[in-house]
Structure formats: structure tokens, C-alpha cells
Design a protein around this ligand. Structure first.
Ligand SMILES: Cc1cc2nc3c(=O)[nH]c(=O)nc-3n(C[C@H](O)[C@H](O)[C@H](O)COP(=O)(O)OP(=O)(O)OC[C@H]3O[C@@H](n4cnc5c(N)ncnc54)[C@H](O)[C@@H]3O)c2cc1C
Length: 475
């Protein structure tokens, strides 16, 4: 139980409306997009500036109090679950775009700036921020940095780590450090690279300097319709093997197509086994030739129909389907759990078969939408959380799918992070020495283990008070 005097001092630091301690208001913060496990923090603090974040963290350090950083709460691995950390520090009110340097193509933003706002701010200068998670209208740059987020267009442009030049980080001691800077390839260790993807376990990111890229001169967006996921997967490998690197190469299976079509009515073929959304971008010259190659590969793999968006409106409609696919899932079941794994591209047909087998074994419906070009799969397991047996089957199927990813030469996360969800699977990928080395590295930033404790590493026996369904966070 936090001391009332501490709560009062926090109120002095961030203002009365920056501290949430009412039970019903705290419920908003009981989980992120991974809803299988829930825990309510004792207190949520919402600073408005980087300096306020540092002051809050210094105060928590005085009392040796652990905290959980949080951005918009769209994470999909339970990274914001408050486990053995009574205070949640939200950076969502740090919303200033501090500087834009069009000539050098960079922008400095506070951590709570929403991903989409970055591109909105520089669009007129024909620039954009390339990492585009499907959650981009909501997720924050702080969360993107912590998770090293990807997105449909990261096949060609790379993930968050490839676009972060510098960071300001508030260490768990309250000390503020600046890592990297406005120029690339600085001497010394790549500490920015280390912090990107550290899931809030090194402290709280308050500012980021991001690299911007030129908005492509032209795009071609194609939708290829296949009888099966197998055939579409063959086309994915074929396109890359043909020397074409699309900006995006996304797959949706029948269940997703049907849900999306019911929601948005853009004319997707609901009897198809799978569709591929292929986007090519770059200089206008040569794009049509690339599009022809993509057409040829898809036809060779058995595509029954290939459409090309005729204008920006049609292109936007196709992307709306893909980026809002998760929302459309609400039509299929009361709850869903989005898994995130990676396999080598050529093993996509194998993993899809194993996902189907897991669905059958556990009598569950699993829809698939994935960044196919990266081999990054997102099986969406549908369920009803009021049915405890179903929940147990969801967890078992999720584990089996991740184990299958490892068996096929892949990994347990492509972009959503480990959080609490996948801690138990870490020893399947890493030996005890590797894990111990990572824990030691973490201790350099956070010797007392107060920043987002009990995440990533299966290090403790901690029970979380969860609402139905009940489950232990760390076993
Ligand atoms: C519909 C939907 C679609 C999605 N699509 C994608 C996708 O295409 N690609 C992808 O990669 N992800 C995707 N995600 C997952 C999620 O949006 C990303 O992980 C995103 O980066 C999380 O940002 P957030 O601001 O919501 O962070 P949160 O969920 O609030 O936090 C995520 C993690 O970051 C830490 N954190 C947050 N802010 C900070 C900070 N300032 N300093 C330090 N640590 C911090 C938290 O402690 C937590 O561990 C999707 C999620 C949804 C719901």
C-alpha cells in the first residue's frame, strides 16, 4: 500500500488530474491489448513533460518503489501489466512535436506523440515516418521504441530500431540520459539500439529523434486472390525470389476476409482461401514492370484474380481492410488473443498447417493475418473469456504455435515483444547463460529491478490478482 504522503507529493508534482487512484478509473489500466491477464495498478501517474517524468521517477526511487511505463496501452504481450509494481507512469500526455528538420529529414518528438501524428506533421514536406504498425492511429512513439515495433511497410523500410537516431531516457534512479543524437553512426556502443526493444525495463523514454524518409513518388497496390493459404505463401516466397522487394506484402486468410468484408464492404472475395496485399513503391519509372513480375509470380502460384488499385481511394480502401482487420474480428467472437511469431518465409505453408492443426486439436477458431513478407505470423485465436475451459485451450494452442515457430527455425515474437505473455517460452530460445547475461545487462540500467519488473525473463514466482479468467503470470 502506497503511503498517502507519497501520493500527495506526486499530486504536487503533476497536478491533481495527473494522479489516478479511484478504483473505477484504475480499471482502464488493468490490461493492454493482451487481455488474458489483468491486474489493476495502485496508482496511475500522468506527467505532462519529460521533466515531470524525471521528477516522478526520482520520487519513486527515494522510496524504492517499482513502476510500469505505459504509452497508449495497445501492446499485445501484456508489457504494461503491473506485476509487483504499484505505480504506472503513463507518457501519453507528453504530446509535443519539439522540432522538425526537413532538410536533414529528422524530427524530435516527446514519447506520447502518436505514431500517425509524426507522418501527419511532415506530409506537406513529402516526408513520412516509415514504421507503421496497424495500431498507428493510437500507439505512441514511446511504446513503439519500447517494443521495436514493425508494421506492413517495414518489409522494405525496416522496423523502429532502423529509424531512431537518439533517445532521452529517465533511468530508474531518476537520472536523465541522452543516447545517440541527431547524426547516425556515432562512435561507441549502440546504446540507442540497446534501449529500442527493451520493453520499458531500462527506464522511461521521454523523447526520441526519428529519421524521416521521402514519401515515395509512386505506388502500385495489388490484391491477389488465392484458393488456399498454401498457394498464397508460395507466391510470397516467389515474389522475393524474383528480386522484387515490395514495400508491403500482407496476407489475410478466409476467416479474416469474411470478417473484414462484413465490416467494410469493399468487395473482398469471401469464398477465397487467402488474399495477398502487395504494395510496390519508389520511382514511378519501373514500377509497372515490377507489378507485372508480381502478377506473373502470383498467376504462376495459382492466383485466380489479381486486382490493382486504380487510384488513391481504392488503395486506401484496401489498406483500411488490412489495418482494421483486428477491429473487424469483434464480429467473430467476444474475445481474441493475437499471437506473434516468426518463421523463415519459405516455412509459411508449414506454420499455417501447424496453426490449423492446433486449432483442430483444441477445437478453436483461429484467423490469420500476417506480415507475410517478413515471415511474421499473427494467428488470432478467437474465444469467449466466460468459458474457462476455452481459455485454457487458447493458452495451450498459443504455446504450441510458438513452439512450432521455434521448431521451424523461427522465433517467438516478430514485433509484439515478450511482455508477460511469452516469458515462459524464453528458455526455449535461450540457454541459462544467455538469459543470465541479458539480466546482467538490464541491471546496468536498472540495478534494483524497479522498471517494469517481472517482464521478459522468467525470473520469479509472482502471482497476479487477475479477474476471470484467473491465471498466474510467472510460473
Ligand atoms: C489493433 C492493433 C494492431 C497492432 N499492429 C501492430 C503492428 O502492425 N506492428 C507492431 O509492431 N505492433 C502492433 N500492435 C502492438 C502495439 O500497438 C505496439 O506494440 C505499440 O508499439 C505499443 O505502443 P503503446 O504506446 O500502445 O505502448 P503500450 O502498450 O502502452 O506499452 C507497450 C510496452 O512499452 C512500454 N512503454 C510504453 N511507453 C514507454 C515509454 N515512454 N518508455 C519506456 N517504455 C514504454 C510499456 O511498459 C510496455 O512494455 C498492434 C496492436 C493493436 C491493438
Amino acid at each position: 500500500m502506497l503511503a498517502p504522503s507519497l501520493v500527495a507529493r506526486l499530486r504536487t508534482l503533476v497536478g491533481g488530474d495527473g494522479v489516478i487512484d479511484r478504483e473505477e478509473a484504475l480499471l482502464v489500466y488493468e490490461c493492454d491489448g493482451y487481455t488474458l491477464e489483468r491486474a489493476v495498478p495502485e496508482l496511475v501517474v500522468l506527467p505532462r513533460t519529460p521533466a515531470e517524468v524525471a521528477a516522478v521517477v526520482r520520487l519513486l526511487a527515494e522510496g524504492g518503489i517499482a513502476f510500469v511505463p505505459r504509452g497508449a496501452g495497445t501492446g499485445l504481450s501484456g508489457g504494461t501489466l503491473p506485476v509487483a509494481a504499484p505505480v504506472m507512469v503513463c507518457t501519453s500526455r507528453l504530446q509535443r512535436i519539439e522540432s522538425i528538420d526537413v532538410v536533414n529529414r529528422r524530427i524530435t518528438v516527446q514519447a506520447g506523440v502518436v505514431n500517425q501524428w509524426v507522418t501527419n506533421a511532415v506530409r506537406a514536406a513529402h516526408l513520412c515516418y516509415a514504421p507503421d504498425p496497424s495500431s498507428q492511429p493510437a500507439c505512441t512513439i514511446g511504446g513503439n521504441v519500447a517494443e521495436n515495433s514493425g508494421g506492413p511497410h517495414t518489409l522494405k523500410y525496416g522496423v523502429t530500431t532502423n529509424h531512431v537516431l537518439g533517445l532521452e531516457l529517465v533511468l530508474p534512479s531518476g537520472e536523465v540520459v541522452t543516447l545517440g543524437g541527431a547524426v547516425e553512426d556515432r562512435p561507441g556502443y549502440d546504446l540507442v539500439g540497446l534501449v529500442v526493444g527493451s520493453e520499458g525495463t531500462f527506464g522511461i523514454v521521454t523523447r526520441a529523434t526519428l529519421a524521416l524518409v521521402r514519401t515515395p513518388q509512386a505506388t502500385r497496390t495489388l490484391l491477389a486472390v488465392f484458393a488456399s493459404v498454401d498457394a498464397a505463401s508460395e507466391a510470397v516466397s516467389g515474389i522475393i525470389a524474383a528480386g522484387v522487394v515490395p514495400a508491403a506484402l500482407e496476407m489475410m486468410d478466409r476467416l479474416i476476409i469474411q470478417a473484414v468484408e462484413a465490416a467494410f464492404r469493399v468487395g473482398l472475395p469471401t469464398d477465397a482461401g487467402a488474399v495477398l496485399l502487395v504494395e510496390l513503391d519508389g520511382l514511378a519509372v519501373g514500377l509497372d514492370r515490377q507489378a507485372e513480375r508480381v502478377r506473373a509470380v502470383c498467376t504462376g502460384a495459382g492466383a485466380r484474380e489479381i486486382r490493382m488499385a486504380r487510384d488513391e481511394t481504392e488503395r486506401a480502401a484496401l489498406w483500411k481492410c488490412r489495418k482494421r482487420a483486428f477491429g473487424a474480428i469483434g464480429r467473430l467472437a467476444p474475445n481474441y488473443c493475437t499471437q506473434d511469431g516468426v518463421v523463415p518465409r519459405t516455412r509459411l505453408p508449414d506454420i499455417v498447417r501447424r496453426i490449423a492443426a492446433a486449432a483442430e486439436r483444441h477445437q478453436l477458431r483461429i484467423a490469420n493475418v500476417f506480415h507475410a513478407g517478413d515471415g511474421n505470423i499473427h494467428p488470432i485465436i478467437l474465444y469467449d473469456e466466460r468459458d474457462a475451459d476455452q481459455v485454457a485451450r487458447v493458452l495451450a494452442a498459443g504455446r504450441e504455435i510458438l513452439e512450432a515457430c521455434i521448431a521451424l527455425g523461427g522465433s517467438i515474437t516478430g514485433e509484439h515483444g515478450i511482455g508477460v505473455e511469452k516469458m515462459a517460452q524464453m528458455p526455449l530460445l535461450f540457454g541459462p547463460d544467455d538469459l543470465a547475461a541479458m539480466v546482467r545487462l538490464r541491471a546496468v540500467f536498472d540495478p534494483e529491478g524497479r522498471a517494469n519488473p517481472h517482464k521478459i525473463f522468467p525470473d520469479a514466482k509472482v502471482c497476479v490478482e487477475t479477474r476471470a479468467p484467473r491465471r498466474q503470470v510467472a510460473l
